[in-house]
Design a protein around this ligand. Structure first.
Ligand SMILES: Nc1ncnc2c1ncn2[C@@H]1O[C@H](COP(=O)(O)OP(=O)(O)O)[C@@H](O)[C@H]1O
Ligand SMILES: Cc1cn([C@H]2C[C@H](O)[C@@H](COP(=O)(O)O)O2)c(=O)[nH]c1=O
Ligand SMILES: [Zn+2]
Length: 192
């Protein structure tokens, strides 16, 4: 049975790096992969999965209207596929998470998704919520807070480092807008 995996973490924990390594592992064994990332995440260029350590690869993009099951079905008319890999999976809709489950269950291709669990207000993203609900395998990737504990939370800041407590859930950015923290240090700053 092909499985749906959700690799989740705070930001900057190596998700994109791990995705690129997994894709490379398939390819070096002569297998083929299809990569997706969110259209709205243009930090490293649109349609690119890039890790902060320099690895990168071209990817198909998804927005909330993309039918990922259909996109995979269309790709299968052109070439074989052994694995589908999705970066920025927090931005998937519920329907898209269910499409990924169908890719596993009906087509028989494993799907590896990578995303952050919660937003700057400690709320689940839609994609993460439904992946936590229905993925076959949940794997946490880890990075560390300034105190040395595991960082599970993402604090939003402005460009001067002031904490931002209100705002839209989606705001693309990196180290200039977000700081990863353990829950204790996040709570002290985000809910004080
Ligand atoms: N210039 C750098 N050189 C080496 N490692 C780095 C550099 N910048 C960031 N990193 C490391 O890369 C990792 C982040 O990788 P990335 O795959 O982009 O994470 P994510 O997708 O989870 O945000 C972190 O472990 C971070 O410490
Ligand atoms: C916490 C939080 C994050 N985002 C955005 C910021 C980045 O563009 C991505 C996460 O990127 P990474 O690959 O994990 O480094 O998500 C957001 O829109 N809203 C938030 O609350
Ligand atoms: Zn801490």
């Amino acid at each position: 049975m092909a499985k749906l995996y959700f690799y989740y973490s705070s930001m900057n924990a190596g998700k994109s790096t791990t995705l690129l390594q997994s894709s490379f592992n398939y390819q070096e064994r002569g297998m083929e992969t299809m990569l997706f990332t969110a259209l709205l995440d243009d930090r490293f260029g649109v349609g690119k999965v890039a890790s902060r350590i320099g690895l990168e690869a071209e990817a198909h993009t998804f927005d909330d209207k993309t039918d990922i099951y259909q996109a995979v079905t269309n790709e299968l008319k052109r070439r074989k596929l052994n694995c589908v890999l999705i970066d920025e999976a927090q931005f998937l809709t519920r329907d898209q998470v269910f499409q990924l489950a169908s890719i596993c269950d009906r087509i028989g291709i494993p799907v590896l998704t990578y995303g952050i669990r919660t937003d700057f207000q400690a709320e689940l993203f839609e994609g993460s919520k439904h992946l936590l609900a229905i993925a076959d395998e949940l794997r946490e990737l880890k990075t560390i807070c300034k105190c040395g504990s595991k960082a599970t939370m993402n604090l939003r800041t402005d460009d001067k480092g002031n904490v931002i407590k209100e705002g839209a859930q989606t705001e693309v950015g990196g180290n200039e807008r977000y700081v990863v923290l353990c829950r204790k240090h996040f709570m002290e700053l985000a809910f004080s």
